[in-house]
Design a protein around this ligand. Structure first.
Ligand SMILES: Nc1ncnc2c1ncn2[C@@H]1O[C@H](COP(=O)(O)OP(=O)(O)OP(=O)(O)O)[C@@H](O)[C@H]1O
Length: 287
Protein backbone atom coordinates (compact mmCIF):
# COMPACT_ATOMS: atom_id res chain seq x y z
CA UNK A 1 0.00 0.00 0.00
CA UNK A 2 1.28 3.45 -0.94
CA UNK A 3 0.46 6.54 1.09
CA UNK A 4 0.69 10.22 0.31
CA UNK A 5 0.24 12.53 3.29
CA UNK A 6 -0.32 16.22 2.77
CA UNK A 7 -0.09 18.05 6.09
CA UNK A 8 -1.08 21.71 6.43
CA UNK A 9 0.30 22.64 3.03
CA UNK A 10 0.08 26.27 1.97
CA UNK A 11 1.50 27.87 -1.15
CA UNK A 12 2.06 31.56 -1.79
CA UNK A 13 3.41 32.50 -5.23
CA UNK A 14 6.21 35.06 -5.64
CA UNK A 15 3.69 37.77 -6.54
CA UNK A 16 2.03 37.25 -3.13
CA UNK A 17 -0.97 35.26 -4.43
CA UNK A 18 -2.06 32.57 -1.96
CA UNK A 19 -2.93 29.57 -4.18
CA UNK A 20 -3.24 26.92 -1.42
CA UNK A 21 -4.28 27.29 2.22
CA UNK A 22 -3.69 24.63 4.90
CA UNK A 23 -4.38 21.57 2.73
CA UNK A 24 -4.68 18.28 4.65
CA UNK A 25 -5.22 15.03 2.75
CA UNK A 26 -4.21 11.40 3.08
CA UNK A 27 -4.33 9.42 -0.14
CA UNK A 28 -3.90 5.63 -0.52
CA UNK A 29 -4.01 3.18 -3.46
CA UNK A 30 -7.02 3.66 -5.71
CA UNK A 31 -8.29 6.57 -7.75
CA UNK A 32 -8.61 9.82 -5.83
CA UNK A 33 -10.60 12.57 -7.52
CA UNK A 34 -9.61 16.18 -6.98
CA UNK A 35 -12.53 18.21 -8.18
CA UNK A 36 -12.62 21.98 -8.50
CA UNK A 37 -13.52 24.82 -10.84
CA UNK A 38 -10.96 26.65 -13.00
CA UNK A 39 -8.45 28.50 -10.89
CA UNK A 40 -9.30 26.58 -7.69
CA UNK A 41 -5.69 25.43 -7.19
CA UNK A 42 -5.67 21.89 -8.62
CA UNK A 43 -2.55 22.37 -10.76
CA UNK A 44 -0.84 24.26 -7.94
CA UNK A 45 -1.44 21.29 -5.64
CA UNK A 46 -0.28 18.73 -8.26
CA UNK A 47 2.89 20.68 -8.92
CA UNK A 48 3.58 20.89 -5.21
CA UNK A 49 3.06 17.15 -4.80
CA UNK A 50 5.48 16.27 -7.59
CA UNK A 51 8.11 18.70 -6.31
CA UNK A 52 7.96 21.25 -9.13
CA UNK A 53 7.45 23.88 -6.44
CA UNK A 54 8.03 23.91 -2.71
CA UNK A 55 5.15 24.65 -0.35
CA UNK A 56 5.47 27.87 1.62
CA UNK A 57 4.36 25.95 4.70
CA UNK A 58 3.54 22.36 5.60
CA UNK A 59 4.81 18.85 4.99
CA UNK A 60 4.41 16.22 2.26
CA UNK A 61 5.24 12.57 2.89
CA UNK A 62 5.23 9.80 0.30
CA UNK A 63 5.50 6.37 1.90
CA UNK A 64 6.82 8.20 4.99
CA UNK A 65 9.62 9.94 3.04
CA UNK A 66 9.77 13.73 3.31
CA UNK A 67 9.32 14.72 -0.34
CA UNK A 68 9.71 18.45 0.24
CA UNK A 69 13.31 17.79 1.27
CA UNK A 70 13.84 14.86 -1.15
CA UNK A 71 11.54 15.26 -4.17
CA UNK A 72 13.33 12.36 -5.88
CA UNK A 73 11.61 10.04 -3.39
CA UNK A 74 8.36 10.71 -5.25
CA UNK A 75 9.74 11.57 -8.69
CA UNK A 76 11.36 8.16 -9.16
CA UNK A 77 7.98 6.50 -8.54
CA UNK A 78 5.90 8.98 -10.51
CA UNK A 79 3.91 8.70 -13.73
CA UNK A 80 2.48 11.94 -15.06
CA UNK A 81 -0.27 12.27 -17.63
CA UNK A 82 -0.78 15.93 -18.49
CA UNK A 83 -3.93 17.21 -20.21
CA UNK A 84 -2.02 17.84 -23.43
CA UNK A 85 1.49 16.88 -24.38
CA UNK A 86 3.26 19.73 -26.11
CA UNK A 87 4.67 18.78 -29.47
CA UNK A 88 5.28 15.21 -30.56
CA UNK A 89 8.54 14.52 -32.34
CA UNK A 90 8.13 12.80 -35.72
CA UNK A 91 8.98 9.32 -34.49
CA UNK A 92 6.92 6.20 -33.99
CA UNK A 93 4.98 5.38 -30.82
CA UNK A 94 7.44 2.57 -30.08
CA UNK A 95 10.51 4.76 -30.54
CA UNK A 96 9.05 7.57 -28.45
CA UNK A 97 8.30 5.13 -25.62
CA UNK A 98 11.79 3.76 -25.91
CA UNK A 99 13.25 7.25 -25.61
CA UNK A 100 11.05 8.04 -22.58
CA UNK A 101 11.89 4.70 -20.97
CA UNK A 102 15.60 5.47 -21.24
CA UNK A 103 14.99 8.89 -19.65
CA UNK A 104 13.14 7.12 -16.84
CA UNK A 105 16.24 5.06 -16.18
CA UNK A 106 15.23 1.70 -17.69
CA UNK A 107 18.68 0.98 -19.09
CA UNK A 108 18.37 -2.74 -19.87
CA UNK A 109 17.34 -3.01 -23.56
CA UNK A 110 15.42 -6.26 -23.17
CA UNK A 111 13.54 -5.00 -20.13
CA UNK A 112 12.69 -1.79 -22.00
CA UNK A 113 11.37 -3.77 -24.97
CA UNK A 114 9.25 -6.06 -22.77
CA UNK A 115 7.75 -3.18 -20.81
CA UNK A 116 6.95 -1.20 -23.95
CA UNK A 117 5.29 -4.16 -25.69
CA UNK A 118 3.23 -4.99 -22.59
CA UNK A 119 2.12 -1.40 -22.24
CA UNK A 120 1.22 -1.04 -25.92
CA UNK A 121 -0.85 -4.19 -25.53
CA UNK A 122 -2.52 -2.86 -22.38
CA UNK A 123 -3.55 0.44 -23.98
CA UNK A 124 -4.60 -1.29 -27.21
CA UNK A 125 -2.04 0.43 -29.43
CA UNK A 126 0.00 -2.57 -30.45
CA UNK A 127 -1.17 -2.31 -34.08
CA UNK A 128 -0.20 1.35 -34.16
CA UNK A 129 3.25 0.92 -32.66
CA UNK A 130 5.06 1.94 -35.85
CA UNK A 131 2.85 4.96 -36.52
CA UNK A 132 4.04 8.44 -35.62
CA UNK A 133 2.23 9.70 -32.52
CA UNK A 134 1.41 13.11 -34.04
CA UNK A 135 -0.86 11.29 -36.53
CA UNK A 136 -2.90 9.64 -33.70
CA UNK A 137 -6.48 10.67 -32.87
CA UNK A 138 -7.12 12.44 -29.55
CA UNK A 139 -8.16 9.17 -27.89
CA UNK A 140 -5.11 7.30 -29.16
CA UNK A 141 -2.87 10.11 -27.90
CA UNK A 142 -4.46 9.83 -24.46
CA UNK A 143 -3.92 6.06 -24.45
CA UNK A 144 -0.35 6.65 -25.50
CA UNK A 145 -0.16 9.08 -22.56
CA UNK A 146 -1.23 6.29 -20.21
CA UNK A 147 1.44 3.99 -21.62
CA UNK A 148 4.21 6.55 -21.07
CA UNK A 149 2.90 7.33 -17.57
CA UNK A 150 3.15 3.63 -16.70
CA UNK A 151 6.74 3.19 -17.85
CA UNK A 152 9.02 2.27 -14.97
CA UNK A 153 6.14 0.80 -12.91
CA UNK A 154 5.20 3.96 -11.00
CA UNK A 155 3.62 3.88 -7.55
CA UNK A 156 1.81 7.18 -8.01
CA UNK A 157 0.21 8.50 -11.17
CA UNK A 158 -1.09 12.00 -11.61
CA UNK A 159 -3.60 12.66 -14.36
CA UNK A 160 -4.69 16.16 -15.25
CA UNK A 161 -8.13 16.43 -16.92
CA UNK A 162 -7.51 13.34 -19.05
CA UNK A 163 -10.84 13.02 -20.83
CA UNK A 164 -11.18 16.61 -22.03
CA UNK A 165 -11.85 16.49 -25.76
CA UNK A 166 -12.49 12.73 -26.01
CA UNK A 167 -15.63 11.36 -27.65
CA UNK A 168 -17.89 9.22 -25.38
CA UNK A 169 -16.53 5.89 -26.62
CA UNK A 170 -12.88 6.87 -26.16
CA UNK A 171 -13.74 8.41 -22.81
CA UNK A 172 -15.28 5.12 -21.63
CA UNK A 173 -12.30 3.15 -22.93
CA UNK A 174 -9.92 5.52 -21.20
CA UNK A 175 -11.83 5.39 -17.91
CA UNK A 176 -11.92 1.56 -17.99
CA UNK A 177 -8.18 1.52 -18.49
CA UNK A 178 -7.64 3.92 -15.61
CA UNK A 179 -9.79 1.88 -13.26
CA UNK A 180 -7.87 -1.30 -14.11
CA UNK A 181 -4.60 0.38 -13.18
CA UNK A 182 -5.99 2.06 -10.08
CA UNK A 183 -5.94 -1.02 -7.85
CA UNK A 184 -2.23 -1.25 -7.10
CA UNK A 185 -1.09 2.37 -7.25
CA UNK A 186 -2.23 5.82 -6.22
CA UNK A 187 -3.92 7.67 -9.05
CA UNK A 188 -4.79 11.30 -8.50
CA UNK A 189 -7.31 12.48 -11.03
CA UNK A 190 -7.51 16.25 -11.23
CA UNK A 191 -10.63 17.31 -13.06
CA UNK A 192 -13.73 19.43 -13.24
CA UNK A 193 -15.73 16.57 -14.79
CA UNK A 194 -17.97 15.43 -11.96
CA UNK A 195 -19.18 12.39 -13.86
CA UNK A 196 -15.65 10.98 -14.21
CA UNK A 197 -15.18 11.26 -10.45
CA UNK A 198 -18.52 9.55 -9.84
CA UNK A 199 -17.61 6.68 -12.17
CA UNK A 200 -14.01 6.14 -11.18
CA UNK A 201 -13.07 7.41 -7.76
CA UNK A 202 -13.19 5.61 -4.45
CA UNK A 203 -12.43 8.89 -2.64
CA UNK A 204 -12.59 12.52 -3.58
CA UNK A 205 -12.03 16.07 -2.41
CA UNK A 206 -13.46 19.35 -3.61
CA UNK A 207 -11.09 22.30 -3.78
CA UNK A 208 -12.26 25.89 -3.94
CA UNK A 209 -10.12 29.05 -3.75
CA UNK A 210 -7.14 26.99 -2.63
CA UNK A 211 -8.96 25.27 0.24
CA UNK A 212 -10.40 21.76 0.58
CA UNK A 213 -14.09 22.32 1.24
CA UNK A 214 -15.14 18.64 1.31
CA UNK A 215 -13.44 15.26 1.41
CA UNK A 216 -14.93 11.77 1.44
CA UNK A 217 -16.57 8.96 -0.51
CA UNK A 218 -18.68 9.99 -3.52
CA UNK A 219 -21.67 7.79 -2.68
CA UNK A 220 -21.74 9.03 0.93
CA UNK A 221 -21.86 12.62 -0.25
CA UNK A 222 -24.81 11.76 -2.46
CA UNK A 223 -26.59 9.96 0.41
CA UNK A 224 -26.21 13.07 2.60
CA UNK A 225 -28.30 15.08 0.12
CA UNK A 226 -31.06 12.47 -0.10
CA UNK A 227 -34.46 14.09 0.66
CA UNK A 228 -33.03 17.62 0.69
CA UNK A 229 -33.13 18.62 -2.96
CA UNK A 230 -36.16 20.10 -4.68
CA UNK A 231 -36.69 21.15 -8.25
CA UNK A 232 -39.09 23.19 -10.35
CA UNK A 233 -39.32 24.93 -13.72
CA UNK A 234 -39.18 28.72 -13.37
CA UNK A 235 -39.06 31.85 -15.49
CA UNK A 236 -36.30 34.45 -15.12
CA UNK A 237 -38.24 36.80 -12.82
CA UNK A 238 -39.25 34.03 -10.46
CA UNK A 239 -35.65 32.83 -10.39
CA UNK A 240 -34.23 36.11 -9.09
CA UNK A 241 -36.94 36.20 -6.44
CA UNK A 242 -36.18 32.59 -5.40
CA UNK A 243 -32.45 33.33 -5.21
CA UNK A 244 -33.04 35.89 -2.49
CA UNK A 245 -35.20 33.51 -0.42
CA UNK A 246 -33.86 29.98 -0.90
CA UNK A 247 -30.53 28.19 -1.28
CA UNK A 248 -30.35 27.70 -5.04
CA UNK A 249 -27.64 25.19 -5.88
CA UNK A 250 -28.06 24.81 -9.62
CA UNK A 251 -29.91 26.09 -12.65
CA UNK A 252 -30.27 23.86 -15.65
CA UNK A 253 -31.94 23.93 -19.04
CA UNK A 254 -33.96 20.73 -19.55
CA UNK A 255 -35.81 20.49 -22.86
CA UNK A 256 -35.55 24.29 -23.19
CA UNK A 257 -37.17 24.97 -19.78
CA UNK A 258 -35.13 26.50 -16.97
CA UNK A 259 -35.14 24.25 -13.90
CA UNK A 260 -33.89 25.39 -10.54
CA UNK A 261 -32.69 23.01 -7.82
CA UNK A 262 -32.69 24.17 -4.23
CA UNK A 263 -31.38 22.73 -0.98
CA UNK A 264 -33.86 22.71 1.94
CA UNK A 265 -34.79 20.43 4.83
CA UNK A 266 -38.46 20.40 3.73
CA UNK A 267 -40.19 20.76 0.38
CA UNK A 268 -41.03 24.38 -0.48
CA UNK A 269 -44.36 25.14 -2.16
CA UNK A 270 -44.59 24.16 -5.80
CA UNK A 271 -41.34 22.13 -5.83
CA UNK A 272 -40.90 18.38 -6.34
CA UNK A 273 -38.29 16.06 -4.86
CA UNK A 274 -35.30 15.29 -7.07
CA UNK A 275 -32.73 12.50 -6.61
CA UNK A 276 -29.30 13.89 -5.71
CA UNK A 277 -26.31 13.47 -8.02
CA UNK A 278 -22.63 14.11 -7.45
CA UNK A 279 -22.94 17.20 -9.61
CA UNK A 280 -25.38 18.66 -7.10
CA UNK A 281 -23.05 17.72 -4.24
CA UNK A 282 -20.34 19.65 -6.08
CA UNK A 283 -22.55 22.72 -6.67
CA UNK A 284 -23.75 22.60 -3.07
CA UNK A 285 -20.16 22.78 -1.79
CA UNK A 286 -19.19 25.53 -4.19
CA UNK A 287 -22.08 27.76 -3.13
N1 LIG B 1 3.05 31.01 -11.08
C1 LIG B 1 2.00 31.65 -10.59
N2 LIG B 1 2.11 32.87 -10.02
C2 LIG B 1 1.04 33.50 -9.50
N3 LIG B 1 -0.22 32.99 -9.48
C3 LIG B 1 -0.40 31.79 -10.03
C4 LIG B 1 0.68 31.05 -10.61
N4 LIG B 1 0.20 29.87 -11.07
C5 LIG B 1 -1.12 29.88 -10.79
N5 LIG B 1 -1.49 31.03 -10.18
C6 LIG B 1 -2.84 31.38 -9.68
O1 LIG B 1 -3.21 30.44 -8.70
C7 LIG B 1 -4.61 30.14 -8.81
C8 LIG B 1 -4.79 28.63 -8.93
O2 LIG B 1 -4.30 28.22 -10.22
P1 LIG B 1 -4.24 26.69 -10.66
O3 LIG B 1 -3.65 26.66 -12.03
O4 LIG B 1 -3.59 25.92 -9.59
O5 LIG B 1 -5.80 26.32 -10.72
P2 LIG B 1 -6.52 25.05 -11.36
O6 LIG B 1 -7.52 24.60 -10.35
O7 LIG B 1 -5.51 24.08 -11.83
O8 LIG B 1 -7.26 25.71 -12.60
P3 LIG B 1 -7.57 25.08 -14.07
O9 LIG B 1 -8.67 24.07 -13.89
O10 LIG B 1 -8.05 26.31 -14.80
O11 LIG B 1 -6.30 24.52 -14.62
C9 LIG B 1 -5.14 30.92 -10.00
O12 LIG B 1 -5.77 32.09 -9.53
C10 LIG B 1 -3.90 31.27 -10.80
O13 LIG B 1 -4.05 32.48 -11.48
Amino acid sequence: MNTLKINDVSLVYDNGYQALTAINLEINNGIFGLLGPNGAGKSSLMQTIVGLQKPTEGKLLFNENNIVKNPLEIQKHLGFLPQYFGVYPKISAYDLLEHLATLKGIHNKKERHNQIMNLLEKVNLIDAKNKEVHTFSGGMKQRFGVAQALLGEPKIIIVDEPTAGLDPEERNRFNTLLSEIGEEVIIILSTHLVEDVRNLCSKMAIIKNGEIVAEGIPKNFIAELQGKLWQKAVDKEELSDLETKLKVISKQLIEKALYVTIFAETCPNGFAAVAPSLEQVYFNHLK
